[in-house]
Write a protein that binds this ligand. Structure first.
Ligand code: 4AD
Length: 476
């Protein structure tokens, strides 16, 4: 009852408060400051209320005592309420700890938007043990959590570190279209759409556009969403993912792999040198160590031999690609032989046993996309036509990068269209690159969510996307 009578005022007789974000407070110690944010935690200790305030830049401990702790709003304060708090910023007493090493001694505060208590309270909506489908439906609330927001914050720093690495290496950022009329990685995973009565697709990869930039702008990269209509419910497939792709002119296959290694290692170094990102990595993936260079390289032919030596088998399939099952209904397992695709399960086992980044390279043309350059003068003894292609595999995740040298020769490209039964006409602009001053070139695509899952040790890449999409899910 007494609480209803207390009315707080932002006392004009006190020094004017300086408005600040939480991460900029250190230089404002002993000043009167004004902060805005959300109540992350709140606890009442014998009439003193402690609020952990969150504003997106960090956390701040705020202490309410005396009249400011006795108002109706104070006594009914719930987490996720948005508030304005004004007070003096003080170093925490010896022996105590708080984020940033200081706390706000509040002399005035107000509720901006109260969050409900009771049945509808934030804490009643979900918890760590909630069903994954509930967590997916409530992703807009889950991202307020410490882990989820740390992953997203690291993601932002990761992209900015990659951009810095590209800038240092003289590689220019371009922005490619999402609405396209050509496929890159096979028709099976295209999302089609009606484009003013014409057929169009959501892009699978910006690669072909990047190739057209080489004579115009030199080496280029892009960070763009890619879309894959894959019916894969695995922990490393999304229907929409952020694709970082680069294309480099006048390089060799060996230079391409060295470049990928350098960009990744420089970016990891940048992140480890910045105390903010280093702390995020430490929080999410304690004990993380930057990989050492050079990365292990293993050819496809050697990988098949390695898999059979290590008794890592795959499910047998019939001519239509259906898994062959035994009488008990279990899939029949068979050894890997030359010509087999190295599927996700085998790839993962191999990377986890070796425990290091691995470049798998020189895959057979029939397993790869139409645009890949064949290894020159190869002895196709095994009956395989091998390509200058590489996948970078990381422990815990598997493939995070796919790259290759591209067909530079006009005639060879037409043969590839023919082999893949592709109509060359929509590709006229891509073909023109081989007509007007062709060059040896190559590039790659890196799955940003997969890279982040490796760096932050996340079980699924769904945690590494703000609003992940997978078969059946496009909400929120
Ligand atoms: O190996 P991919 O399909 O290669 C390309 O698209 C090339 N055109 C890239 C290029 O050379 N410019 O995809 C490249 C990377 C993969 O290594 C993987 O990290 C990621 O993109 N990726 C996916 N990430 C999440 N969900 C999916 N469904 C993905 N498909 C590919």
């Amino acid at each position: 009852e007494e609480s209803k009578k207390i009315k707080l005022i932002d006392d004009p007789a006190l020094p004017a408060a300086i408005k600040s974000k939480i991460n900029k407070l250190i230089s404002l110690r002993d000043n009167r400051v004004r902060v805005f944010g959300w109540v992350h935690h709140v606890r009442d200790q014998r009439g003193i209320i402690f609020i952990d305030l969150r504003d997106g830049t960090g956390f701040l401990q705020c202490v309410l005592s005396g009249d400011v702790a006795k108002t109706y709003e104070a006594l009914t304060l719930t987490i996720e309420t948005s508030v304005e708090l004004v007070g003096t910023l003080q170093v925490v007493p010896e022996g105590k700890s708080a984020p940033g090493g200081h706390e706000l001694s509040v002399d005035y505060w107000r509720v901006i938007g109260a969050a409900p208590g009771g049945e509808d309270a934030f804490t009643n909506r979900f918890n760590e043990k909630s069903d994954p489908s509930i967590l997916a439906d409530l992703r807009h609330l889950v991202i307020r959590g410490e882990k989820a927001s740390s992953v997203l914050r690291l993601r932002a720093m990761l992209l900015s570190a990659f951009r810095a690495s590209y800038a240092r290496n003289n590689i220019l950022e371009v922005n490619t279209p999402c609405i396209v009329q050509t496929q890159v990685e096979g028709g099976a995973t295209l999302f089609g759409l009606n484009y003013y009565g014409q057929n169009a697709y959501l892009t699978q990869s910006s690669q072909l556009y990047l190739e057209t930039c080489l004579p115009a702008l030199g080496d280029v990269y892009t960070v763009q969403e890619s879309f894959r209509a894959e019916n894969s419910h695995t922990r490393r497939h999304l229907a929409e993912y952020t694709h970082m792709e680069a294309e480099l002119a006048f390089i060799t296959f060996d230079e391409l792999m060295t470049h990928i290694e350098n960009i990744i290692c420089e970016t990891v170094d940048t992140l480890m040198q910045d105390p903010v990102s280093a702390a995020l990595i430490q929080e999410l993936n304690p004990g993380f160590k930057a990989p050492s260079r050079p990365f292990k390289r293993m050819s496809y032919v050697d990988a098949i031999a390695w898999l059979s030596e290590h008794k890592i088998q795959h499910e047998a399939e019939d001519a239509e690609g259906n898994v062959i099952k035994d009488e008990a209904g279990n899939p029949r397992m068979v050894d890997h032989v030359l010509g087999d695709d190295i599927a996700e399960a085998a790839e993962r086992q191999m990377t986890d046993i070796i425990g290091l980044p691995i470049f798998l390279h020189s895959f057979p043309a029939e397993l790869k996309a139409f645009y890949m350059k064949k290894i020159p003068d190869q002895d196709s003894g095994a009956g395989l036509l091998l390509t200058e292609s590489c996948d970078l595999l990381m422990p815990g995740v598997g493939e995070i990068v796919g790259g290759s040298m591209r067909i530079a020769d006009y005639e060879e490209l037409f043969e590839a269209y023919k082999r893949e039964k592709m109509d060359p006409s929509p590709y006229f602009w891509f073909t023109d690159q081989r007509k007007y001053g062709t060059c040896e070139h190559g590039g790659y695509g890196l799955g940003v969510e997969r890279f982040l899952a490796w760096l932050a040790n996340r079980y699924t890449i769904r945690e590494c996307s703000l609003y992940p999409r997978w078969p059946g899910r496009a909400t929120p």
